[in-house]
Design a protein. Structure first.
Length: 165
């Protein structure tokens, strides 16, 4: 039964997506609940190096995220991390999906992992700043934004956009 779980989860999510198109957009609480079904995924035997496998799942996670399918994004980033636990972009992607699912504390932990792996990436710090801001931790959020902008001044548009909302 455990080997069927990832397949069953995908079927349930696909049915929910089709049902949502027929009856309208599901409630935010249902979306959050579906996105929180973070599952580790299933590793399949392959001859590809772990980083290649991780890269594939990161791309799949980013595509799912772009489509608003945060549950699938979390799944794909989780599979990527099974192959390459030190893939900072998989941690960052998890942070983004968790953040938009309303799970700000978990998002903050994911961004912290990404930063621990690649402290030079301004986007990791910007994600952390957004999570801190969502948690109402303004002083820490401002420090994180400062760190983000020190690493990549082109992220200023993100900072300005977050002040307006």
């Amino acid at each position: 039964m455990n080997s069927l779980r990832p397949t069953l989860d995908r079927v349930v999510l696909a049915l929910a997506k089709v049902g949502g198109r027929l009856i309208g957009r599901p409630s935010d609480s249902l979306l959050t609940q579906l996105a929180s079904r973070d599952r580790p995924g299933r590793s399949y035997a392959t001859s590809e190096p772990p980083l290649v496998q991780a890269s594939h799942h990161i791309q799949q996670g980013q595509a799912a995220f772009a489509n608003g399918d945060y549950g699938e994004a979390l799944h794909q980033f989780g599979v990527a991390l099974e192959h390459a636990p030190d893939a900072s972009w998989a941690w960052h992607g998890r942070g983004d999906a968790l953040q938009l699912s309303g799970q700000h504390e978990s998002a903050l932990r994911a961004y912290d992992h990404a930063i621990a792996l690649d402290n030079s990436c301004g986007l990791h710090h910007a994600g952390r700043a957004n999570a801190l801001d969502s948690l109402g931790q303004q002083d820490e959020a401002n420090q994180a934004w400062k760190a983000a902008l020190e690493r990549d001044s082109s992220l200023n548009w993100m900072r300005e956009g977050s002040k307006k909302t």
